[in-house]
Design a protein. Sequence first.
Length: 277
Amino acid sequence: MSSTLIIARKEFRDDFRNRWTIAVAVLFAVLALSISYFGGAAAGKIGFTSFDATLASLTTLAAFVVPLIGLLIAYDMVVGEHDNGTLLLVLSYPISRVELVAGKFLGHCLALATATLVGFGVAVVIIQIMQPEARTTVAWLNIGNFVLSASMLGASFVALASVISVATNDKARAAGLALVVWLVTVIIFDLCLLAVLVLSGGNQLEQFIFPLLLYLNPIDVFRLINLTTLGSGSGNELFMGMTATHVYRPWALYLAMLLWDVIPFALAQFLFRRKEV
């Protein structure tokens, strides 16, 4: 077995041993069921509504929670070893820096993907049982699309966390930077785009550029992958209305998400190879 796979297996087991993966899976399941059941309480509706509306709610939930979990489980994967004084010891073994980062990245990605599959999977199965009319081939394809894209979203933030981890020498600073990355991608980025769109008056140039700018944020790419497959009345009219001037191809969205996984990971490898320890 290669060194990368050995390290990945160790990180995966550590995530389970620390109860991270189990806690995240339970959190995903509880939040998904709660939002799906009580999401319409403000409008006087309690219970599971249409499946498209439920999946739109799960997409919104995952867009907030999955990136945060990805950053939390991986921000200290290298800087934590440095703070504990074990990084030099690890590098003294016949393990290259590339294998070390790749193994840790792969292990955390698999742990987060497992939590996503189990947590959201359990919730979706329960929702399907409560909504017999939603047991269609299209619904299951949308579920698979959601789980796959959520796992890729988690991997992109594990990759971003790996960049933070190799670029800093202090665990507290890495945690602060991880929080900043989460705030920028989840909240500030979209607010800035909306502000620009409003201030510009929605001219044709802005209407052309705005949909393309969404590719610069993996969370928006994740939303597009899922919300563009849902029908009207699912609660996604506002988001889709803002992107109505552009046709998003599924292959292009998945390619963009894959690039968000690969490019930060490659950057982390580049930085770590040049890092003095």
